[in-house]
Design a protein around this ligand. Structure first.
Ligand code: DQA
Length: 154
């Protein structure tokens, strides 16, 4: 296998309170549990020959640590920083360290919600955003990043 067609690795990062998906404000976030989303991403990843690593934390520093751990290892990042979207310079800086494609996902349409949710600290360092399409946003993000990193269906 040449270095160019080595298996790609995508890390999927979930921020605070996303461990409560399915239980938390289901009118906003739906009834699907995070474990189901992660399993589905792993299944879809296999179809693209992509290794999916998933990580959820309620702690900003733990998310920064996980991003840093991917330096030189991961080919792309899908991240829903949840509430840290609106506040975290630390997560923004960590993403910039890696220089890999980043897709920002939000289950809800943050622009239709409270004004404090309208601004994302990572929007301008992300390759793209998928917002307001429910949990499908994660699967669309994987499809998009597969293209961007040149993964091929296996
Ligand atoms: C969210 C939107 C954020 O404003 C919120 O704090 C979340 C989830 C979303 O996926 O819609 O926790 O990122």
């Amino acid at each position: 296998m040449s270095p160019t067609n080595k298996t790609k690795t995508i890390v999927v990062l979930h921020g605070p309170n996303l461990n409560m998906l399915g239980l938390r404000e289901p009118d906003v976030y739906g009834y699907t549990r995070l474990a189901e989303i992660d399993t589905q991403l792993e299944t879809l990843g296999k179809q693209w020959g992509i290794t999916i690593q998933t990580f959820q934390s309620n702690h900003e520093g733990a998310i920064v640590d996980r991003i840093q751990a991917g330096l030189g290892i991961v080919d792309g990042i899908i991240i829903n920083p949840a509430a840290y979207t609106h506040t975290s310079i630390a997560i923004r800086d960590a993403l910039l360290t890696l220089s890999v494609p980043v897709i920002e996902v939000h289950i809800s349409n943050i622009h239709r919600r409270e004004p404090f949710r309208h601004h994302s600290m990572i929007a301008d360092v992300a390759t793209g955003q998928i917002i307001g399409l429910g949990i499908n946003g994660y699967y669309l993000a994987l499809r998009a990043i597969a293209d961007i990193i040149g993964a091929t269906p296996s």
